[in-house]
Design a protein around this ligand. Sequence first.
Ligand code: ZN
Length: 435
Amino acid sequence: MVDELHYLQINYPEICKVYTIGYSQRFNLPILALRITSYPYIEEQDKPTILFDGIHHASEILGCEMCLYIANKLTSQYYSDSLIKSFVDYLDIWLVPMVNPDGHYITELGLDSLWRKNLRDNNYNGRIDLDYDGVDLNRNYDFLFQLGGSNEPNNRYYRGPYPFSEPEVCAIRDLAERKRFILNVSFHSDKDPRMGERVYYPWRWGNSFSPDYLHIKALTDTFALNIINDANNGTYLSIHGKAEEGGLERNYLYYAYGTFAFTCEMWRGYYPPEEKVDTICERVFLGVKYLLKRILQSHLTIRVLDKKTGLPLKAEVRVLEAYAPPETILPRYTDPIFGRIRRILKPGIYNIEVLKEGYSIVKFAIEIPTNYIKDTTIFLEPEDIIEGRFRKEIIKEKELFDLSGRKSESYPLKTGIFFSKKKKYVNIKIINPTP
Ligand SMILES: [Zn+2]
């Protein structure tokens, strides 16, 4: 796997680059990512970012095979296939074929072909105890952590001592923090053949659904429909996952960054016959191609800039038709480098609010067309901010009104928002008020 990634980098330096995004818990093995995009050496690019990953679970080798398959297709067909070329030119694609190199080592050595976890030394004895050590990496993310997996170290689904205790999981989190993926497919496989050939997406939570549910469902349904199953009598199934399945990558990425994140259970079991691997990957790749094409066809994209300086702003962007309060999911922010936010919503008209402290709120309706990407730039106007010692004169001069419309006769002693005469918000921050 390591050789293959470096081989691609050497052969296609103009479109891919190998990154080390972290190191494993026990053996300090590098966790490698292959980035595929035009100008891969330019770190920050204003393109939709996508993450594919494999082998959170040590024995689920198809995840690694799938990432390598995608990498090979995107690079080798770049110059011959115009669709592939458009993926590479206009998207920023990240592949992490092996999130769990330590655990995979155990399966490779033949010590336990069904091994799932990493190799955290749970009892600190310096030995590898396959009956006690290791954390299930896909239960270690910080979303409803306490509800996920098991708290028994010897359990196959041990969630770890605390969220993000494992460096492998931190590596994915830190990459996501930088890249704010709009899409993630995590490739897995299930030991139980009846549970295979499925795609899970976020989420159902008790009796309610994720705010983007309709949009994620539409995307996942079509992704799954594009993948023919092993028996040739149907396709993969698309199923909503539960939020209460704590500590999962897909739920965390959706919760924290708004990433449309899926878990794709490939095939029906861990180890398909060697001669089948290519066909399995080829079929899943049809689904992957659909996803990438869909993103290039249309999505919501807004840039937020400061009206005075023209500089990008990190601001909250609410889509009122797909909004949930911060108790459920974190606010969706533009990235601070480009001031950009993207979301794969269905074509249609949406009501948007852009908010940032110290700036006037902007509300507008936006159309997401069916077959092109409409780029919208919003300028936020800084509110009048009076910061410093608070004196009567300032109020008199500004003629402030409180939010109920009453004129402030005596100066207010609290920090807060008031109206000026022009009905413009004035945000007052009092530092060390003087009577
Ligand atoms: Zn898995």
